[in-house]
Design a protein around this ligand. Structure first.
Ligand code: SAM
Length: 328
């Protein structure tokens, strides 16, 4: 087996799977305030269909999956899917991205099912801000409890993803960074991207270089070497900190040249790039009894159609789906 690589010789070994378009939050940067129209349940891939796609992609060389959404824990029986995927021999990394609200309840079960790691999206440590950003009246303490439970059951490293927005939560950069020193948190600061139809504006973008300047009062950031993985973040730590700080700069410093991923939307479209509208439908072929060889060809076609890079820096944003439907 030689593995998949695209027309720019990038190895492709990672599939991000959106298991649902439903979400229990309405984050201001991700969804319009009145939500988005939801897909009928029949349009959403079953766990068996997702399993088929992953097992065939695994035969082609894919070895890493991440479950996302929508909110993946809002879909019933997620541990069952994880258990199914964990049985595919060559899949050696199964991770989850969640808003953490239901993590306290499910962390142990997820770990037992075969989940290895979790990323928790958390943009503030203040209850009032939490409600403002997520537009729901949930308890921040539930997310914090979920993070602690995930760490204690061994879903490590738990990474905390914060989308930094000027005038909204950028005053908390130092608070999050302090958690890497005092509590060993692994925090990643993400530049705001701007899909249409959400309530954030270009003026709220805080660049990674600006974030770094604002962390200076805590000391000099030291690069973590060797650089961790081939994901989008660059990692650092403060002297004596057990935790790390990652920066993700999709806008000011895109990382497309290292992109190793495909995305599967909850309605079964294989998407070569988060930030381009191109998609290949797998659902209909799956429901028409596609052969394994033909499914492989569709996956290979998606890989071949990966663009060299996105065009966010030129203001281009795909207009077909909000992030909540592609799977951020
Ligand atoms: N519900 C899960 C969660 O909250 O982690 C998974 C899906 S959510 C779309 C995943 C993540 O996508 C968000 O937390 C955020 O980090 C990222 N995201 C969504 N919209 C974004 C935007 N406009 N700019 C930057 N990141 C965004």
């Amino acid at each position: 087996m030689t593995g998949l690589s695209d027309s720019f010789q990038r190895p492709i070994n990672y599939l991000r799977i959106s298991v649902t378009d439903r979400c229990n939050l309405r984050c201001m940067y991700c969804m319009p305030s009145d939500g988005v129209s939801l897909m009928p349940h029949k349009d959403i891939l079953s766990y068996e269909e997702i399993y088929t796609v992953v097992s065939v992609a695994a035969e082609l060389g894919l070895d890493k999956v991440r479950l996302t959404g929508g909110e993946p824990l809002a879909r019933l029986g997620l541990p069952r899917l994880i258990q199914m995927l964990a049985h595919i021999d060559t899949i050696n990394d199964i991770a989850l991205t969640t808003n953490g609200l239901l993590l306290n309840r499910y962390a142990a079960e997820l770990k037992q099912a075969g989940l290895q790691r979790v990323n928790v999206s958390l943009d503030t440590l203040k209850q009032d801000k939490f409600e403002l950003i997520t537009r729901r009246n949930n308890n921040l303490s539930d997310v914090l409890a979920g993070i602690e439970t995930a760490r204690s059951v061994g879903l490590n490293p738990v990474k905390i993803n914060m989308v930094v927005m000027a005038g909204i939560n950028d005053d908390e950069l130092l608070d999050f960074a302090t958690k890497t020193i005092d509590e060993g948190w692994h925090v990643r600061f993400i530049e705001l991207m701007l899909p249409v139809g959400v309530s954030t504006t270009a003026a709220q973008l805080v660049s990674v270089s600006n974030m770094r300047k604002r962390l200076k009062p805590l000391g000099e950031l030291e690069p973590c070497l060797p650089s961790v993985g081939n994901g989008p973040a660059k990692y650092f730590r403060f002297p004596r900190a057990a935790g790390t700080i990652g920066f993700i700069a999709p806008v000011s410093e895109h990382f497309c040249f290292r992109c190793n991923r495909l995305r599967l939307t909850s309605d079964g479209k294989l998407r070569p790039c988060l930030l381009a509208e191109d998609e290949i439908d797998l659902r209909q072929p799956l429901r028409n009894g596609v052969s394994i060889d033909d499914l492989k060809k569709l996956i290979e076609e998606a890989v071949a159609r990966k663009p060299l890079n996105h065009h966010l820096d030129e203001g281009y944003i795909p207009k077909d789906r909000p992030f909540s439907q592609v799977g951020g």
